[in-house]
Design a protein around this ligand. Structure first.
Ligand code: SAM
Ligand code: SF4
Length: 460
């Protein structure tokens, strides 16, 4: 059994009795980037003392900085279809929402959306599909991915396409692998069986086990780069964080590496979605910061993704606590980017809190000392799955990822930045370049000169 509800509940009950004295020891271990056992994670989750929670946040900041440095990877979602046979009570795309305008992008419309994203400066997209036998079958998914990779605008191109779609059969996962996806992402939504059952009353998604075993089939099909997640607000966040950790341990034991990323979406209001408009287990901002910090400590080498569901000021705080990838400039319905250019407003999948354009997000990240990164090197060099974790755990992220982040940031500054962002960005670029060890700085500078001379896509 991948997730054992009783085991998680009993760990949480035990940790509630253990008191706060253990927290200091656990944090000392966590600061050494060694990760946590589920029992240790449970103690941190049960900690409600404000002073101790501050210490948890401080430890997470230390681990984040130690492993990831100051880079932050940026991407955009691309919604391909909002047709769906399921009836998830929290989602605006649910079958029973008859007020929603249904739309599936044609391949030409998809290329238009990709072009707009490339013209903003994006190099990495997450293609999102509702679940529908006609509108999102594997033939269509393959064609969509191929078309997106083939679409190039000016100096832009998509170098990595991740997908968020319903679990597939082993055979279909093999085809998805052959389509050259980066990450296969699917959220369990809630790991709590009873809650899951209630929230997914019909359609294919009603089958908890089919969903929780999706990553096993993906791995067996050769997809070793997977993205897990929970939709926070559906059930007790403490249970969900432990379940994520158990899922991760299962994958590590069976296939040599846990998920490449964990996403932390939080419920947002959505049209005709009763569970979204009245969350069963609302997670406050303070709890959200705490849970992000605890995930960072529990699985330090797993990337963490935050979307535009969260407001800018909170996003700034969360990147310090553990988030390593951010979506930016997002629209959450098919055709949303074209509509935005035409100033047309259509109902999104859920309400977005961060509506800043990509350039503004980049400017704001520079202001707080981060290097916005569009790097896709590891995926293209085969540094994924078990392979990637091996690299990551030997300090590779800092020595290779920072130069690669700087090189892709330089491309952005040369090709897309507005004047104020270019000016600030060049300063931030130089500041971080100067901090690199001399030999790496020289090599990075050499590649940088190639970019300035008109070459593109330089990486280590
Ligand atoms: N249909 C696929 C599936 O369910 O796996 C993928 C597409 S679905 C649009 C992507 C994710 O959106 C879901 O996994 C869910 O976590 C998230 N989502 C749905 N409703 C939401 C809401 N009201 N607020 C925030 N996120 C939501
Ligand atoms: Fe469909 Fe996914 Fe929305 Fe559920 S979450 S209704 S499966 S698009």
């Amino acid at each position: 059994m991948i997730i054992n509800d009783k085991q998680i509940e009993s760990l949480l009950a035990g940790a509630a009795k253990s008191g706060p004295s253990l927290v200091a020891d656990i944090l000392a271990k966590a600061r050494e980037t060694k990760g946590l056992t589920p029992a240790e994670t449970a103690v941190l989750l049960q900690c409600e003392d404000k002073g101790l929670i501050q210490q948890i946040l401080q430890a997470a900041k230390h681990v984040k900085e130690e492993i990831y440095g100051k880079r932050l990877v940026l991407f955009a979602p691309l919604y391909v279809t909002n047709e769906c046979i399921n009836n998830c009570l929290y989602c605006g795309f649910r079958k029973d929402n008859t007020s929603l305008t249904r739309k599936t992008l044609s391949l030409d419309e998809l290329a238009e959306e990709v072009t707009i994203l490339e013209d903003m400066g994006h190099k990495r997209i997450l293609m999102v599909f509702g679940e529908h036998p006609r509108h999102s079958n594997i033939d269509f998914i393959e064609k969509s991915i191929a078309r997106a990779y083939a679409t190039k605008s000016k100096k832009g191109e998509m170098r990595r396409i991740n997908v968020n779609l319903a679990p597939l059969s082993l055979e279909d996962f093999k085809r998805l692998k052959a389509a050259k996806i980066g990450t296969y992402q699917a959220f369990q939504e809630t790991y709590h069986r009873e809650t899951y059952k209630y929230l997914h009353p019909s359609g294919k998604k009603a089958d908890y086990d089919w969903r929780v075993t999706a990553f096993d089939r993906a791995q067996q099909a050769g997809i070793d780069d997977i993205g897990a997640g929970v939709l926070f607000g559906l059930y007790d966040y403490k249970f969900e964080v432990l379940a994520l950790q158990y899922h991760s341990m299962h994958l590590e034991k069976e296939y040599g590496s846990g998920p490449h990323t964990i996403s932390v979406p939080r419920l947002e209001p959505a049209l005709n979605a009763p569970a979204a408009n009245c969350p069963p287990h609302p997670v406050s901002d303070e709890e959200f910061k705490k849970l992000v910090a605890i995930i960072r400590l529990a699985v330090p080498y797993t990337g963490m993704i935050l979307s535009t569901r969260e407001a800018p000021a909170l996003r700034d705080e969360l990147v310090g606590l553990g988030i390593s990838q951010l979506s930016a400039g997002s629209r959450t319905y098919p055709g949303g980017y074209k509509d935005q250019l035409a100033h047309v407003e259509v109902e999104e999948q859920f309400q977005i809190e961060d509506t800043r354009p990509l350039d503004q997000v980049i400017y704001d990240l520079c202001k707080i000392g981060y290097i916005p990164s569009f790097c896709t090197a590891c995926y293209r060099l085969g540094r994924t799955g078990e392979n990637f974790m091996g690299f990551a755990k030997t300090g590779f992220i800092r020595n290779f990822c920072t130069p690669n982040a700087l090189l892709t940031f330089k491309e952005y500054l040369l090709d897309y930045a507005l004047p104020a962002t270019r000016e600030l960005g060049e300063r931030v670029f130089k500041e971080h370049l100067d901090k690199l060890p001399e030999n790496i700085r020289e090599k990075t500078l050499a590649k940088c000169r190639e970019l300035e001379a008109g070459e593109r896509d330089r990486y280590f």
